[in-house]
Design a protein around this ligand. Structure first.
Ligand code: PNS
Length: 160
């Protein structure tokens, strides 16, 4: 049974993330989506909300589960026995951001990262941009799975 891990902040999960999770599932028997902490980011959504939103978004996919992890991703990889990390690439900026993490995760755990080109039609979809659009009153309905826009609005209102 092959197992891949799709890690990320998922703050919030977008259609771009779902595209990558689907591609990972097409290559591996099982996929674990790991909602992890990125020390460089201050999340808008609580971790349990992020997990619930990803769970809702992958509910129709078999062999895909969702969890959160508060430690080093490399430790999760070792503990879970995953064969690979799967990450999506939208462009050069993603390569710059992802390569160091891939090398470090391999150094620490021996687990390789497989990069998949995301759907070109979703190349502009990033969680940070989605939040910025929502923050300024724009619609994000066609950028995120159902239910996510409402959760982002609620979190923004709570913050205001
Ligand atoms: O969606 P993101 O923010 O680009 O995902 C980055 C994430 C959360 C996968 C990365 O920051 C991570 O793996 N965090 C867990 C802690 C860790 O292992 N840090 C070292 C990364 S090499």
């Amino acid at each position: 049974m092959s197992l891949a891990v799709c890690p990320g902040s998922f703050d919030p999960v977008t259609l771009g993330h779902l595209d990558v999770i689907r591609r990972a599932r097409s290559m591996f028997d099982e996929v674990v989506v790991v909602v992890a902490h990125n020390a460089a980011k201050h999340p808008l959504l609580a971790v349990d909300v992020r997990v619930a939103l990803v769970e809702g978004a992958v509910a129709d996919m078999t062999g895909v589960t969702v969890t959160s992890w508060d430690g080093l991703l490399a430790d999760f990889l070792t503990r879970s026995g995953a064969q690979a990390v799967v990450k999506g690439l939208r462009g050069g900026a993603d390569v710059d951001a992802e390569l160091g993490m891939a090398l470090l995760n391999r150094h620490l755990s021996g687990v390789e990262t497989v990069f998949v080109p995301g759907d070109g039609a979703l190349a502009h979809v990033a969680s940070s941009l989605v939040k910025d659009v929502a923050r300024h009153g724009g619609s994000i309905d066609d950028l995120v799975p159902p239910g996510v826009a409402a959760a982002v609005s609620a979190a923004l209102e709570e913050r205001a």
